[in-house]
Design a binder for this molecule. Structure first.
Ligand SMILES: [Zn+2]
Length: 126
């Protein structure tokens, strides 16, 4: 049973450096985006519990949202397939990642609040 709103809970955990997602105990799937009910899943909040994911995954797709410098500059958006089997969206530094790269998601504090940031797990010279 999840008491705090799932989105608020996700952001609160993220602010503390943890990645926590609702997990449907009926079909053993993580819900992302973290709002409930998850599409195609149980409509009963009692069927969900909060689980932590470690943030290791692989880049599935990425794009760059062009913004003027006074709006914060270009913003990279990446879809990452986590080892836990859920695909999540994160920010990344434009030019730092390619499809298929191994990444680790970390908590990043942006102007608009805590967000996920994807970083390559292998060094550029390795
Ligand atoms: Zn389900």
């Amino acid at each position: 049973m999840i008491e705090l709103g799932p989105r608020a809970r996700f952001e609160e955990a993220l602010a503390g450096g943890r990645i926590e997602l609702p997990f449907c105990t009926l079909c053993s799937r993580y819900a992302y985006p973290p709002g409930l009910p998850a599409p195609g899943c149980s409509q009963d909040p009692a069927d969900y519990e909060v689980r932590s994911v470690d943030g290791n995954g692989v880049v599935y797709a990425l794009t760059i949202v062009r913004r003027r410098p006074e709006q914060g500059g270009d913003c990279g958006i990446v879809l990452v397939d986590l080892a836990e089997g859920v695909r999540v969206m994160a920010a990344y530094a434009p030019g730092s990642l390619a499809i298929g790269d191994a990444v680790r998601l970390v908590s990043d504090t942006a102007a608009e609040g805590p967000r996920l940031l994807a970083q390559a797990t292998k060094s550029a010279d390795g």
